[in-house]
Ligand binder design. Structure first.
Ligand SMILES: [Zn+2]
Length: 432
C-alpha cells in the first residue's frame, strides 16, 4: 500500500477513535474536524496519485517528438511545479524535455486541461465569482470554497484570459419562429474611470411574438436575450453587435434576413440610429418609451425646478397622452409653451424640442402598441443595470478600459448562458 494511503487510513482511524471516545462531542465538533481532515486528505491524496502518474515509466521516456521542429526532444530534468486545484495546491513533479532547437516541452502538462497553473474547474470558479463580486470579495468567497487566490492575481487572470475573446463566438444560432420578430436594443451607461465617467455601450438581441391586449407597456419581456457590452469606440461596438447578430442568425452576408422583421429599440443617441441604418436597414425603429418619458421629466424639472414635484407630475401627466398617441407636434407645442414662461431655459428646451421632432417617426407608440411591438420593454435599461452597473458601478470603482471590458466579457458569457460553451471550447483547445 502506498505510504500516503496508509497514513490517511491511520488518520481516519484516529479521528474516529478521538471523536467517539468523548460523549460530550457535538455535531459542530465533528463537522469541523472531519471537514478539515477531508480537505487535507483530498490535497495529499490528489498529490500522491498525480505524482505517481507523473513518475510512471511512459511519462519518463528518453525522448519525445519536439512540437516546434519535429526533431527529438530529450528528457531533460524533473521539476516540481504547483497547481491550484479544487483539492488545494498540489506540488507535482513533471518531466521536462528539451530539444536542440531550444524548445522545452512537458508532455504530461500538455495533456491536462489547465489554464496556466490552474485546473479548469478552478479557473471557471475564479471567473464566475469575479464576474459577480468585486475582486476582494471574490477572493474571499473563493477562499471560502477552498481556493486560495489573491485579489490581484484574480484581477490579472480576468484580463489575461479574456484577451482576444469575443462574446459572440460562444453564442449558438437561434431561429425566428413564425410570427415572431427580432428585437435589437442598444443603450449606453456610465461607469467611472481614473479620468472620469466613461460610456459603456450595451446591446441585446432577442425575439418576441407580437403581444396582444397589452395592459402595461413596461412588463413585456422577450425570452432569452443575448448581450454584448463594452467600453470603447462606436466602431468597436458596432462590430461586436453585428457579430452577435450574425451568430444569432438574424444577419447574414451583411444583411438582415428577408421576411424576418427586425425591431431596433434605443434612446436618442445618434450612434444607435446610425448603427441601425447601417446594419439593420428596413428595421422598425422605436425610441424606448421610458427614455422619451424621461425627457419629459427633464423638461419639466428645468421649467419648474426639481423641488416642485406637483407641477412636474402634472405637466408630465398631461404631456404623456400626446406622446403616447404619437402626436409629437402637440408635445413640442407644450414644451414651447414653457419656453415663453421661462426664457432662461431656452437652450435646454430647444434641444428637447429637437429631440422630439427628430424622433417623431420612432415615437408612434399607440400605433406600435396596437401592432404588438414592445415600446418600452425596459429590457435595455435593465441590461445596463444587471450586465454592467451591478458589478461595475459600485462605490469607489475606477475602471481601466481593458479592466472593464474583461469583466464585461465574463458577465456577458454568464448572462448569455454561454458559460459552458466557453469552457468546453477551452477543453478542446487544450486537448488539440
Ligand atoms: Zn525542436
Amino acid at each position: 500500500m502506498p505510504s500516503i494511503v496508509a497514513k490517511i487510513t491511520e488518520e481516519v482511524q484516529k479521528i474516529f477513535e478521538d471523536l467517539t471516545g468523548d460523549a460530550s462531542v457535538l455535531i459542530s465538533d465533528v463537522e469541523e474536524q472531519v471537514s478539515a481532515a477531508i480537505a487535507s486528505w483530498g490535497q495529499r491524496l490528489s498529490e500522491g496519485i498525480l505524482s505517481e502518474i507523473a513518475n510512471a515509466p511512459d511519462m519518463a521516456r528518453k525522448s519525445v517528438v519536439c512540437r516546434e521542429c519535429q526533431g527529438r526532444s530529450r528528457r531533460y530534468r524533473q521539476r516540481s511545479r504547483s497547481f491550484t486545484t479544487v483539492c488545494g495546491v498540489l506540488r507535482l513533479p513533471r518531466w521536462e524535455y528539451k530539444c536542440q532547437c531550444g524548445a522545452i516541452y512537458v508532455p504530461w502538462e500538455a495533456r491536462q486541461h489547465l489554464k496556466g497553473r490552474y485546473t479548469q474547474a478552478v479557473a471557471a470558479a475564479m471567473m464566475r465569482v469575479a464576474a459577480k463580486l468585486n475582486y476582494r470579495a471574490a477572493a474571499a468567497e473563493l477562499k471560502h470554497q477552498g481556493i486560495e487566490i489573491s485579489h490581484t492575481t484574480l484581477h490579472q487572470k480576468v484580463q489575461a484570459w479574456s484577451v482576444g475573446e469575443s462574446v459572440s463566438d460562444y453564442v449558438g444560432k437561434a431561429s425566428l419562429d413564425v410570427g415572431a420578430r427580432w428585437y435589437v436594443s442598444c443603450d449606453g451607461c456610465y461607469t467611472n474611470s481614473r479620468v472620469g465617467w466613461q460610456e459603456v455601450k450595451v446591446g441585446s438581441i432577442g425575439k418576441d411574438y407580437p403581444h396582444q391586449n397589452a395592459t402595461s407597456v413596461m412588463k413585456i419581456r422577450p425570452p432569452r436575450l443575448r448581450y454584448v457590452a463594452s467600453r470603447g469606440s462606436v466602431a468597436d461596438f458596432r462590430h461586436q453587435l453585428a457579430a452577435l447578430a450574425t451568430q444569432t442568425g438574424i444577419y447574414q452576408d451583411e444583411k438582415t434576413i428577408a421576411d424576418e422583421e427586425v425591431v431596433v429599440i434605443g434612446d436618442g443617441a445618434v450612434w444607435i440610429w446610425n448603427l441601425a441604418d447601417e446594419h439593420f436597414p428596413g428595421a422598425t425603429e422605436i425610441v424606448d418609451y421610458m427614455h422619451a418619458k424621461t425627457h419629459l421629466y427633464d423638461v419639466a424639472k428645468q421649467a419648474f425646478g426639481e423641488d416642485d414635484r406637483d407641477a412636474i407630475e402634472t405637466w408630465v401627466d398631461i404631456t404623456e397622452t400626446p406622446l403616447y398617441n404619437g402626436e409629437t407636434s402637440k408635445v413640442v407645442a407644450r414644451i414651447r409653451a414653457l419656453e415663453t414662461q421661462n426664457p432662461d431655459m431656452a437652450d435646454v428646451l430647444k434641444r428637447e424640442v429637437g429631440y422630439f421632432q427628430k424622433h417623431a417617426h420612432r415615437m408612434q407608440y399607440r400605433t406600435f402598441n396596437e401592432k404588438g411591438y414592445q415600446i418600452g420593454s425596459g429590457v435595455i435599461e435593465s441590461a445596463c443595470k444587471h450586465v454592467v452597473a451591478e458589478r461595475c458601478k459600485l462605490a469607489g470603482m475606477r475602471w481601466s478600459k481593458p479592466g472593464i471590458n474583461a469583466i464585461l466579457f465574463w458577465r456577458c458569457l454568464l448572462k448569455n448562458d454561454s458559460w459552458d460553451t466557453y469552457w468546453d471550447t477551452q477543453d478542446r483547445q487544450n486537448a488539440a
